[in-house]
Design a protein around this ligand. Sequence first.
Ligand SMILES: Nc1ncnc2c1ncn2[C@@H]1O[C@H](COP(=O)(O)OP(=O)(O)OP(=O)(O)O)[C@@H](O)[C@H]1O
Ligand SMILES: Nc1ncnc2c1ncn2[C@@H]1O[C@H](COP(=O)(O)OP(=O)(O)OP(=O)(O)O)[C@@H](O)[C@H]1O
Ligand SMILES: [Mg+2]
Ligand SMILES: [Mg+2]
Lengths: 256, 256
Amino acid sequence: MARILAVANQKGGVGKTTTVINLAASLAAAEKKVLAIDLDPQGNLTSGLGRRSRDPRPSAYDLLSGERTVAEARLATDLASLHLVPSDRNLIGAEIELVTADEREYRLRTALATAAAEYDYVLIDCPPSLGLLTLNALVAADAVLVPLQCEYFALEGVTELLSTLRRVQSAFNARLDIAGVLLTMVDLRMTLTQQVISEVRSHFPGRVFGAHIPRSVRLGEAPSFGKPIILYDIKSKGAEAYLALAREILENDAQG
Amino acid sequence: MARILAVANQKGGVGKTTTVINLAASLAAAEKKVLAIDLDPQGNLTSGLGRRSRDPRPSAYDLLSGERTVAEARLATDLASLHLVPSDRNLIGAEIELVTADEREYRLRTALATAAAEYDYVLIDCPPSLGLLTLNALVAADAVLVPLQCEYFALEGVTELLSTLRRVQSAFNARLDIAGVLLTMVDLRMTLTQQVISEVRSHFPGRVFGAHIPRSVRLGEAPSFGKPIILYDIKSKGAEAYLALAREILENDAQG
Ligand SMILES: Nc1ncnc2c1ncn2[C@@H]1O[C@H](COP(=O)(O)OP(=O)(O)OP(=O)(O)O)[C@@H](O)[C@H]1O
Ligand SMILES: Nc1ncnc2c1ncn2[C@@H]1O[C@H](COP(=O)(O)OP(=O)(O)OP(=O)(O)O)[C@@H](O)[C@H]1O
Ligand SMILES: [Mg+2]
Ligand SMILES: [Mg+2]
């Protein structure tokens, strides 16, 4: 049965999409069957895996509306054991359309109910907000992975995210856990980075991944080639960091 | 009569809030009367100006609901001629509440109709989405300032933003113009940055501000002290850049 991870943080630009692309690819490289779902209307996960297209095709929007199954919407990627459910411009309207829909928080969970069994991991990329798209991801997930940029504004938003998680746990999804906080764009030479890291560790004792992601030019370049970092530059610091994160998650899950 | 600028880009983490804080402060330093409005539930503009608070008080949410006027909601800041309408956690629910409200796109425009006359500039900080909060800002605005991080994903989102602006112009606000595209977190040593800059200039001929904002550690530090860069470190590259931007905007507006 798949482990379903929502990668979420309402603060923008903290590395959510970069984490889904590269964690999914690293898990696939470790022979795990992985499904990545692009729930962000921006579609950066879809283009970061080289599958951007203007042609109409089934998408994550159709999973939410119930028109399509995962099997009908998924695409192959450059990695054999990584599938993608792409984004779609219609997702922009989905937040408004879902407001008055039945079971509006459970749509994604229902769509994944049978499909997830074919995968070891399902990773969901969320938009930078706490609206109905992110809510669908949190209700469908077993756990949430929180990428956190080591900056002041990013730290401020964490309390809001935590109180949302608690609300989701009590109202919709009692099993929702925190998989961990992932420190991203880390530059240990900066005092601000060190200050934020020590704040985060005291806020989340035992919940911060050992692996952290350094700021790396190659990570910023890879998406323009539509490739995850392990296919763009396997020797880079970014590739090492995401491979280490994948190993750590696999070890944590093996211990259960 | 005030010039109303919406600072918007649905891509997260591109420097929207940093631009509103520091452009507002730089215009205030040039003796302009400025009102900054925090339309983002994250409240980073409010805390970046040192006015974060958990106590209930009038906010931007009350402007949208019509319960309060600008005069009732505005706060003084460390700069005499800069006022702030703060954010509020209730803004999270506003996107959903506005869906079924009357005149849902015009709420902010109505709230600003009389108050704007007291100011030379009104700057609106938008959340990283194209929902009803950003829509309210675009309908209220004379022009939109688009901060653009020089990265691949940020460039991808610009076409989506432009098509939204055209839709807003034809459906709600014919006067909406583009004040300009502001290049942020610029590091001219990086090839990716140079590639993005030349793409942007060809996409937006004549619309990219001459002033650009370099990546600067001090800009990242200033918010943790609740101060704009001109009060935190006037000699820094970040302060120089935002003062240059303010001068350029004042010159553009003087020519009309
Ligand atoms: N470790 C890193 N080093 C350097 N650049 C990075 C790193 N991680 C991400 N980036 C770049 O920073 C930008 C923001 O990252 P990304 O788009 O993944 O964040 P996000 O949280 O998904 O943003 P949004 O909130 O808009 O969805 C992107 O341009 C990305 O290429
Ligand atoms: N020129 C710069 N140099 C260095 N750091 C910067 C610069 N501009 C902004 N930052 C930092 O980068 C992060 C993102 O900037 P900011 O929060 O202003 O973006 P935003 O577009 O408002 O994000 P969101 O989409 O979440 O609202 C912040 O931590 C900010 O302090
Ligand atoms: Mg993203
Ligand atoms: Mg912001």
